[in-house]
Ligand binder design. Structure first.
Ligand SMILES: Cc1cc2nc3c(=O)[nH]c(=O)nc-3n(C[C@H](O)[C@H](O)[C@H](O)COP(=O)(O)OP(=O)(O)OC[C@H]3O[C@@H](n4cnc5c(N)ncnc54)[C@H](O)[C@@H]3O)c2cc1C
Ligand code: SF4
Length: 331
């Protein structure tokens, strides 16, 4: 590992100042992604600012929902009674990720910021525009079984690998940020991650040095009837090939509101407005769920090795919607 300066931030202002003043500096939270990347020489910060002592761990009710601290661990968040009772989709998504030990260390802010699992991104011998802008994309003509089928560019076909963000997107979450000018700002979760375009080195719309302080989950009528389905190569300790965050508001047997967000298919969580349109004001039947699944993948553009994601994804959407519907019936 390259030598680097280590410091511990005692408050948010100092943390933001330290990182925003040095392009090569990085925040260190649970370290489960950053330290791995440093060991692989993919990330080479000359300064690491430890933020784990900041007072950003609370999970609390607000007038309009729940606020989750950026430094609450994934385990604390998934198991918190407020989250389990009001936003079970978030618990399910977190618990579908990584392993118990990793979730004990991983924080919510770090989870949103985790980087792609594209193999070429980790392999310094291969070209990768995300790691080294302008070098090319190894995956485009290479092995792209785990890569995107939506929203990619000729510069990058990677997917965002996280689970929690898919659930947050389905629930209209907002990310609260300590800005570089000392002011807080918010980014709706749908605008947090970004598509690769010509600048795949940028995973999201956070400016360098900006610090995630909390994630706000608003009250809504579809959070209770929800389900997170993740399909992967192994039952644990593996990233999604395809995942589905589904949430429904039901009136009688009719679907009043729906959310369908897909993971493992794009450079950001991929909300399917087409699937939602196929669901709303329809009866909650298998036929409707199948129509939504077809609509969700109608515009998919698979690469050489990942056409299987279309069929797999459609089946996953049907199953997730069925489970979401059943979850509400059980209450
Ligand atoms: C083997 C393995 C399997 C995994 N499987 C899954 C999985 O299935 N699903 C899944 O979702 N995840 C999975 N993960 C990823 C894991 O969830 C992330 O590594 C973890 O959530 C990152 O959180 P952290 O606190 O450790 O972040 P760190 O590693 O400390 O930081 C990650 C990045 O976020 C930045 N950062 C951290 N906190 C903030 C903040 N508050 N504001 C701004 N920037 C910040 C850091 O500077 C760094 O760039 C897996 C990880 C491993 C190692
Ligand atoms: S898909 Fe993106 S991350 Fe993977 S090699 Fe291409 S540019 Fe790099």
């Amino acid at each position: 590992m390259r030598p680097f300066k280590y410091s511990r931030a005692l408050n948010t202002t100092n943390a933001v100042r330290a990182v925003s003043g040095n392009k090569e500096a990085r925040f260190l939270a649970g370290g489960t992604n950053l330290v791995d990347l440093m060991k692989e020489y993919v990330e080479r910060p000359n300064e690491v600012v430890d933020i784990t002592r900041l007072n950003l761990k609370q999970i609390r009710a607000t007038s309009n929902g729940i606020s989750i601290g950026a430094l609450a661990t994934n385990t604390e968040t998934a198991n918190h009674p407020l989250i389990r009772e009001n936003y079970p989709l978030v618990s399910m998504a977190i618990l579908a990720g990584a392993s118990g030990q990793l979730r004990n260390m991983a924080t919510n802010g770090g989870n949103l910021m985790q980087r792609t699992r594209c193999q070429y991104f980790y392999d310094l011998a291969m070209p990768c525009n995300k790691r080294e802008p302008g070098s090319g994309c190894g995956a485009l003509q290479g092995l792209n079984r785990i890569h995107a089928i939506f929203g990619y560019s000729d510069k990058c076909v990677a997917t965002y690998p996280g689970d929690m963000a898919n659930a947050l997107y389905a629930l209209d979450a907002v990310v609260r940020i300590a800005g570089r000018n000392g002011k807080e700002r918010t980014i709706p979760i749908q605008d947090f991650h970004r598509l690769p375009g010509d600048t795949p080195e940028k995973d999201n719309n956070l400016e360098h040095g900006e610090l995630i302080v909390a994630i706000e989950l608003p009250k809504n009528n579809f959070a209770a009837r929800s389900y997170y389905l993740k399909v992967r190569d192994r039952a644990s300790y593996a990233f999604a090939l395809v995942s589905v965050a589904a949430a429904l508001e039901i009136n009688g047997n009719s679907i009043r509101q729906a959310r369908v967000v897909l993971g493992g298919v794009a450079h950001k969580p991929w909300r399917s407005l087409e699937a939602e349109k196929a669901l709303v004001v329809k009866s909650a039947t298998e036929e409707t769920f199948r129509a939504a699944a077809e609509a969700a993948f109608k515009d998919a553009k698979p690469l050489a090795h990942n056409a299987y994601k279309v069929d797999l994804g459609q089946r996953a959407v049907v199953l997730a919607l069925r489970q979401a519907f059943a979850a509400g019936a059980a209450q």
